[in-house]
Design a binder for this molecule. Structure first.
Ligand code: GLN
Length: 214
C-alpha cells in the first residue's frame, strides 16, 4: 500500500492518481498510521507549514524510522524541499536525499507555468509538468540520478529509495510518475504497458476525495 501524507497541501490529487492505477492510497496523519507501507507520497503545499506539522505530529521521526526499514518516498514540490539534504538559506527537514534545493526559485506564484518534457526513464511519451511556485534542484550528490534537467536546473531526480519532482505530476492526466513510483515500491499497477495518459482524468477528478476537514 502507498500512503499520502495528509497534513497539508495537495493530498487528494495524489489519491486520485493512485486509484487510477488500481492502488489503494492511504491518508496518513499520525505515526500510528504509517507502519507497513511500501511507500509514501509527500505532497506539494507549503514546506514551512509542513515542516512544523511534521515536527508537532511526530511524523518526522516516524517517516525516518519507516524509511530506514525500507519504505520508499516520493516528494513533489514542497515534498521535495522537505526531503532535501540541503535547502539554501534554511534548515533541512527530513534530509533523506542528497540534493540541494532553492525554494521559490522561479519567483512568485505568478511565475507558475506548465510545460511538457520527455523523461525517458519514466515514460516513452512527453510528460505534462505543472510548476507552482516551485523550488529548483541546483545540485545532486553521490547516489542520486537526474531524471530531468531543464536549462540550468534539475526538475526530477532519484536515489534508490527516494523520488523527487519540483513539479506536480498529480495535476495532469499522466499517470507516468505515479506508476514509476509504484514500481519503485515493488507494486504492480493496472493498465501496465498501456498509455500513460488516463483519458477519464479531468481537472476536477480529485473532488471525489474531497471532504470537510476533520
Ligand atoms: N513554494 C512552496 C514552498 O516553498 C512550494 C510550492 C508547492 O509545493 N507547489 O514550500
Amino acid at each position: 500500500m502507498i500512503g499520502v501524507l495528509d497534513l497539508q497541501g495537495g493530498v487528494v490529487e495524489h489519491l486520485d492518481h493512485l486509484k487510477r492505477l488500481g492502488l489503494a492510497g492511504l491518508r496518513v496523519k499520525k505515526p500510528s498510521e504509517i507502519s507497513n507501507l511500501a511507500g509514501i507520497i509527500i505532497p506539494g503545499g507549503e514546506s514551512t507549514c509542513l515542516f512544523r506539522l511534521l515536527t508537532i505530529s511526530g511524523m518526522k521521526e516516524a517517516i525516518v524510522r519507516e524509511f530506514q526499514q525500507g519504505m520508499k518516498i516520493f516528494g513533489t514540490c514542497a515534498g521535495a524541499i522537505l526531503l532535501a539534504k540541503t535547502v539554501i538559506g534554511e534548515s533541512p527537514c527530513l534530509a533523506l536525499i542528497d540534493i540541494e534545493v532553492e525554494r521559490n526559485s522561479f519567483g512568485s506564484q505568478m511565475d507558475s507555468f506548465f510545460c511538457e518534457a520527455l523523461v525517458p526513464r519514466v515514460s516513452s511519451m512527453p510528460v505534462p509538468l505543472t510548476f507552482i511556485r516551485a523550488p529548483k534542484i541546483k545540485k545532486i550528490g553521490p547516489g542520486v540520478d537526474i531524471l530531468l534537467k531543464i536549462g540550468n536546473y534539475i526538475a526530477a531526480a532519484e536515489s534508490p529509495d527516494v523520488l523527487v519532482t519540483i513539479f506536480h505530476p498529480e495535476l495532469a492526466g499522466s499517470l507516468a510518475f505515479h506508476r514509476y513510483f509504484a514500481h519503485k515500491c515493488g507494486l504492480k499497477t493496472i493498465k501496465e504497458g498501456r498509455s500513460m495518459d488516463d483519458p477519464t482524468w479531468n481537472a476536477k477528478s480529485w473532488t471525489q476525495f474531497a471532504r470537510v476537514a476533520d
